[in-house]
Design a protein. Structure first.
Lengths: 30, 199
């Protein structure tokens, strides 16, 4: 796997994790 | 993998922050906007648009007078036809009877009198938020000139009037004219401002 793809996947995972954190803070409350 | 993290941690952190910001916008900011729209219609963009309509130059401000006089003439013609059992009464005589104008007066005086009587009873409907000059003239065509009349509307009446408002359809319920008119008819300015913002 080329290195840029590994970085891309990591960034995607981090983005998803951010969405999850945001959802747990603001999404569940209402 | 650990070397990769060490090398690109800044990019990954940026992606995480972007994810959190997007989630905040989706779950918090956009929802809050919708709630504000429902709770405070006066503060929303719709109110600004309405204000722009209110500030717009009156297109048909002269319309209510002659039309309402004509409407009165129609009504009187109908009632006099019943009362006098088929007696031939012209529309001009009918107007004269309602306004109690002596036959010697000029036609201008005859038409002016019912109009001033009407404006004396009429409220400034533009105090209702979302109701501009065009709508005031439209409502006047249907004989609606006071807050009390609007406050007395029920659902069926709202539907009937709404169907005749053309491109303004849906305004009555969206801006809750009936509740606004109730406050204004009762001169309850404090209650009005509490719910709809400054008059």
């Amino acid at each position: 796997m080329p290195i840029w793809m590994e970085v891309f996947v990591l960034m995607l995972l981090a983005y998803m994790a951010g969405l999850g954190i945001g959802w747990s803070i603001w999404g569940r409350a209402s | 993998m650990p070397e990769l993290l060490q090398e690109y941690w800044l990019l990954i952190l940026a992606a995480l922050v972007i994810g959190i910001v997007v989630a905040w916008w989706i779950f918090h900011a956009s929802r809050r906007t919708r709630v504000e729209l429902e709770d405070k219609p006066s503060e929303s963009g719709g109110a600004k648009r309405n204000q722009a309509l209110i500030d717009a130059p009156p297109v048909a401000s002269a319309a209510p007078g002659p039309i309402s006089v004509a409407a009165t003439a129609d009504k009187v013609a109908a009632t006099s036809a019943i009362a006098e059992a088929g007696a031939a009464v012209s529309a001009r005589e009918a107007i004269r009877k309602t306004a109690d104008v002596p036959p010697g007066e000029t036609p201008e005086a005859q038409t002016a009198r019912p109009r001033t009587e009407e404006t004396a009873q009429a409220d400034d409907l533009r105090r209702i938020k979302g109701l501009g000059p065009k709508l005031v003239s439209l409502l006047a065509e249907h004989g609606i000139t006071s807050f009390a009349q609007i406050a007395a509307w029920d659902d069926a009446e709202i539907d009937r009037i709404d169907a005749q408002l053309g491109r303004f359809q849906g305004r009555i319920r969206r801006d809750d004219w009936v509740a606004q008119a109730r406050f204004l008819a009762a001169e309850d300015i404090a209650g009005y401002e509490d719910r709809f913002g400054k008059v």
